[in-house]
Write a protein that binds this ligand. Structure first.
Ligand code: BTN
Length: 259
């Protein structure tokens, strides 16, 4: 059993970043880190502020879904003040940071299911939620929320046991929360600075997608689409080829892999 003595000080200690995680707000238990991060952002929190919870009682996912965050999971939100141009890249950035951290700390390969689920062997290990407040062409704030199933048995949670996995389930042993969190924060800063320096993360994100080339169903709002996921655009949209040859560009949706 890996000890989980998390605190704001332990996370910030020896953290090799310049601004991401240099201010950490830690709660052993919280409804949702997104709500606290939003409040902090509205009060002018410094860029890179991290809100993290030992467990969440009201974790939120995309499309108003609940997100299960028991003890043993990682639940954190990061406050950023990006230029509006970088907003579509934040999901890509967060997915890549999660994949890199899982590989570095746990030695496990993971992939992205468009737009922002991270899967290991087809099962969801992490979910990402990006929320922002934009006025005109100015971003007041953006919040990246990341949940990772680290050290708990998904078989103890019937709601997710058939679709999810955790790092400890995959490895048969626990993983250090602190190592995953610190690696994640370092990776997020590195990729964010890459973007700001004019570098691209789109190609690596596209190549990490398990979705491309697959037959999929996509639910977008009330509409259900079917086709082959052909590619993704640089703004993160999915390009879906239908059997009649037509192409649909889907900005947001939920994908089911059919083959
Ligand atoms: C999804 O897969 O639908 C996204 C899940 C995002 C969960 C994270 S956990 C930290 C942050 N706080 C929340 O309430 N949600 C995000």
């Amino acid at each position: 059993m890996v000890e989980n003595n998390l605190s704001a000080a332990s996370i910030a200690n020896n953290l090799e970043t310049h601004f991401i995680g240099q201010r950490v707000i830690y709660y052993p238990e919280l409804t949702s880190t997104m709500d606290v991060a939003k409040r902090e952002a509205q009060q002018g929190a410094v860029e890179g502020t991290v809100v993290i919870a030992g467990e969440q009682t009201g974790g939120r996912g995309r499309i108003k879904r609940a997100w299960l965050s028991p003890k043993g999971s990682i639940s954190l939100s990061i406050i950023l003040h990006p230029a509006v141009l970088y907003l579509p890249s934040l999901i890509m950035l967060a997915s890549l940071a999660v994949i890199h951290s899982i590989e570095k700390v746990a030695g496990l390969k993971s992939q992205v299911k468009w737009p922002n689920d991270v899967l290991i062997n087809g099962r969801k290990v992490s979910g990402i939620l990006v929320e922002s407040e934009v006025r005109g062409d100015k971003v007041d704030y953006a919040i990246i929320g990341i949940g990772i199933n680290v050290n708990f048995r998904v078989s103890d949670f019937p709601d997710i046991s058939s679709t999810a996995t955790s790092l400890s389930d995959e490895l048969g042993r626990d993983v250090s929360h602190l190592d995953v969190i610190q690696c994640l924060l370092v990776e997020i800063e590195r990729l964010y600075l890459t973007l700001q320096a004019g570098g691209s993360i789109y190609e690596e994100w596209r190549d990490s997608l398990v979705t491309l080339g697959r037959r999929v169903h996509v639910k977008s709002g009330e509409t259900m689409y079917e086709g082959v996921a052909e590619s993704v655009a640089m703004d993160g949209s999915l390009l879906l080829r239908h059997s009649d040859g037509n192409l649909t560009k889907i900005v947001a949706g939920d994908v089911t892999l059919r083959d």
